[in-house]
Write a protein that binds this ligand. Structure first.
Ligand SMILES: C[S@@+](CC[C@H](N)C(=O)[O-])C[C@H]1O[C@@H](n2cnc3c(N)ncnc32)[C@H](O)[C@@H]1O
Length: 204
C-alpha cells in the first residue's frame, strides 16, 4: 500500500501550528485529534509540543495509512491511533485539554457534526479548548468563489457533505457549553475557530 499524502496538509501545517501555539499552554497534557487523515499534521505538530501526548483518531479505513507515517517518523509523543467515528464512538476515557480537527466539518454529515459537538460538551471540562480548521460560510455566503465551487464539488460526491455555516457551529457550541475565543483568518480562504469550555454544567 502506497503511503497516503496530502499536499493541503503540507501547505497549511505552518499557519495551523502558529495558531495552535497561541491555544496550547504549558500545563496541557493531552490533545485529541479527530479525523487525523494521513497523520501529516500530527507528525509535524506533536514534536513542537513535547509536554503533550497527541492522540490521533479517524475512521478505521484511515488507520493503516497514518500508521505507515507514524512507524516511519517514530515521534515519541504520538499515541497509537485509534478508530473514532464521531457518529458512533465515545472519546477515549482520559482527560483531554485540547481537541483539534482539520477539514472535517465539510466532510462529516451535519448530524455527525452535531454529534461531535455534543461529545465535546459531554467530555471536555472547564477551560479545555476545541479548535476547528477549515472553510466555513458566514451570513449564508461563501468567503470566496473557490469555496463555492468546492462546496458544489463536495455535494456532487455526497449530497450530505458541504461547507458548514459558522453561525450553526457557533450556536451548537454555545448550546454544548462553549464560548468562542477566536475566529482566525487563515490562508486559502480557511478559518480557525477556537472554543473554550465554560464551567461544567447542564447547558442543554
Ligand atoms: C478531508 S479529510 C481531512 C484529514 C486531515 N485532518 C487533513 O486536514 O488533511 C476528512 C477526514 O475526516 C474523517 N471523517 C469523516 N467522517 C468522520 C466521522 N464520522 N468521524 C471521524 N472522522 C471522520 C475522514 O475519514 C477524513 O480523514
Amino acid at each position: 500500500m502506497n503511503k497516503p499524502f496530502s499536499e493541503a496538509c503540507e501547505n497549511n501545517k505552518v499557519p495551523i501550528l502558529e495558531v495552535l501555539r497561541s491555544v496550547i499552554v504549558s500545563s496541557d497534557r493531552r490533545l485529541l485529534e479527530i479525523g487525523t487523515g494521513t497523520g501529516q499534521h500530527a507528525i509535524f505538530m506533536a514534536p513542537q509540543f513535547p509536554h503533550l501526548e497527541w492522540y490521533p483518531t479517524d475512521l478505521s479505513d484511515k488507520l493503516p495509512g497514518m500508521n505507515q507515517w507514524f512507524q516511519e517518523a517514530r515521534i515519541q509523543n504520538i499515541q497509537k491511533p485509534v478508530r473514532l467515528d464521531v457518529a458512533k464512538d465515545d472519546f477515549p476515557k482520559v482527560k483531554f485539554d485540547v481537541v483539534f480537527t482539520a477539514n472535517t466539518f465539510h466532510i462529516m454529515h451535519w448530524k455527525d457534526c452535531k454529534s461531535f459537538m455534543k461529545l465535546l460538551g459531554n467530555r471536555l471540562r472547564e477551560n479545555s479548548r476545541a479548535v476547528f480548521y477549515g472553510p466555513f460560510k458566514y451570513n449564508g455566503e461563501f468567503t470566496s468563489e473557490s469555496n463555492a465551487a468546492f462546496d458544489q464539488s463536495l455535494k456532487e460526491r455526497d449530497p450530505l457533505s458541504g461547507i458548514r455555516a459558522f453561525e450553526d457551529i457557533l450556536s451548537n457550541m454555545i448550546k454544548n457549553g462553549f464560548e468562542i475565543v477566536a475566529d482566525v483568518d487563515m490562508p486559502a480562504n480557511n478559518r480557525m475557530l477556537v472554543f473554550n469550555r465554560l464551567k461544567f454544567e447542564k447547558h442543554r
